[in-house]
Design a protein around this ligand. Structure first.
Ligand code: RNT
Ligand code: ZN
Length: 422
């Protein structure tokens, strides 16, 4: 046995005792965390460029940085996704955007896509034991009306995008049937205005009519649940966003679909972790887009910060596992993109593991007894429990490189593969 292996084992033995003293079984925690699906977004690998669009990113979102090695085609993107997933323990799904359609020279546009354009992705998912989630792409396309899609005053453009939404539902249903697991379809549209909008009602009425058409057919909602993602603002769309938080919550509730909460889509002091039990008091399920906003919706790589931990604590401590779909959504082009994926995914999984390892029972007992002093003391001590020792043991037991070991694999991959992309 290598020295490193031995020291991870020793660390784990110590950690197991520490957690046992708090009434927590580390093996059970590992098992429970391992089976929770986390959906990895495909768009970190190519800076949200996709294969079918104008090549430039629109819709008020942006990637910054020009780190070498961006994936430029299906083969490169799939290879990079696998390189990242080799560094992530637990059950993963892949979250695709419609702009990653594989047309192979066919003249077919987004309003007419079928499963055929996504067959290579479906094969890839099946071969690698991945679930698939899906997103219509309402940006980077000539049929966008500036930053308007489903709320555009132009009926031809609106029609095109309504049809796109319907096609995406059909495709996701195909994914779900083939992979025998749900495929979540997330609708995000950048629709809004740069400057003060004086007829906000007209935009919202058009949006509602378009969405109602897309969701009129209720079949397949169980295997391909539909979700509406809200937003506060985008670049060039600063003053008015049609699908704001209130709109998305109200629409989803009244129409029997789900809301999506993206952690970057609120005012800077508003926390998604604080919204989960409020939203789930009235909605059956929701989708999370976990990102990291730095001063604005900057989509930095997900860090293991207080907010990520609070989100996972809320999910796990409240037994919301089956009611919250967890997806990641960030795009950083300033660092190695495979490493960006690995860091974000490993952090999401670490926070999940930490939520299961936390002395939740003791914390609740303190709270119920009115012992807020004890609650705070334990919450603070929880921060320095030996999570890393359990994590490294978990990684090792799954054949995934532990902390300190995975980055070398990325560097090797960079030297052999990313670095030779001209
Ligand atoms: C944009 C939304 C949306 C996108 C992806 C690419 O602000 O967060 O989810 O990031 O669909
Ligand atoms: Zn998002």
């Amino acid at each position: 046995m290598s020295d490193r292996r031995r020291s991870i084992q020793k660390g784990y033995e110590y950690a197991r005792e520490v957690y046992a003293d708090l009434g927590v079984d580390t093996e059970q925690a590992i098992q429970a965390a391992d089976v929770i699906p986390v959906s990895m977004h495909c768009w970190q690998g190519d800076d949200v460029t996709g294969f079918d669009g104008t090549g430039s990113l629109t819709g008020g979102i942006a990637t910054t940085g020009n780190y070498p090695g961006r994936a430029r085609n299906l083969q490169e993107l799939q290879a990079d996704i696998l390189a990242a997933l080799r560094l992530v323990p637990g059950r993963s799904k892949l979250n695709l955007h419609a702009s990653y359609a594989v047309k192979n020279g066919r003249q077919v546009d987004r309003d007419a896509y079928t499963l055929r354009e996504f067959q290579p992705w479906l094969d890839f998912a099946a071969e690698n034991g991945l679930g698939l989630d899906f997103n219509p792409t309402y940006f980077s396309h000539p049929m966008m009306d500036g930053d308007l899609s489903l709320s555009s005053p132009d009926p031809v453009k609106r029609r095109f995008w309504v049809e796109h939404g319907k096609r995406c539902r059909e495709i996701a249903q195909g994914f779900a049937q083939a992979l025998e697991q749900p495929s979540v379809v997330n609708f995000w549209m950048p629709d809004g205005t740069k400057d003060t909008c004086v007829n906000t009602v007209a935009y919202r009425e058009r949006m509602t009519r378009s969405l109602d058409e897309i969701f009129a057919d209720r079949s397949g909602m169980d295997i391909a649940p539909c979700v509406l993602e809200s937003k506060l603002f985008g670049m060039g769309v600063e003053s008015f966003t049609v699908v704001s938080s209130e709109y998305s919550l109200g629409y989803a509730q009244s129409r029997g679909i789900l809301p999506c909460l993206d952690t970057g889509h609120y005012h800077p002091t508003e926390m998604v972790s604080a919204k989960l039990s409020a939203v789930l008091a009235f909605h059956h399920k929701l989708l999370l887009h976990i990102s990291r906003p730095v001063r604005w919706d900057s989509d930095h790589v997900v860090a293991l910060d207080d907010e990520l931990q609070r989100i996972m604590d809320e999910i796990i401590w409240n037994d919301y596992q089956s009611r919250v779909y967890i997806g990641l959504d960030f795009f950083d082009a300033s660092i190695n993109r495979v490493a960006a994926w690995a860091i974000g995914m490993r952090n999401a999984r670490k926070a999940l593991l930490s939520a299961f390892l936390a002395p939740a029972k003791a914390l609740r007992q303190a709270e119920e007894a009115g012992d807020y002093t004890g609650r705070l003391a334990l919450l603070e001590e929880r921060r320095t429990l030996p999570l890393g020792a359990v994590w490294n043991h978990y990684c090792q037991s799954k054949g995934i490189p532990e902390d300190g070991a995975w980055l070398q694999q990325v560097r090797d991959y960079e030297r052999a593969t990313l670095g030779v992309r001209a």
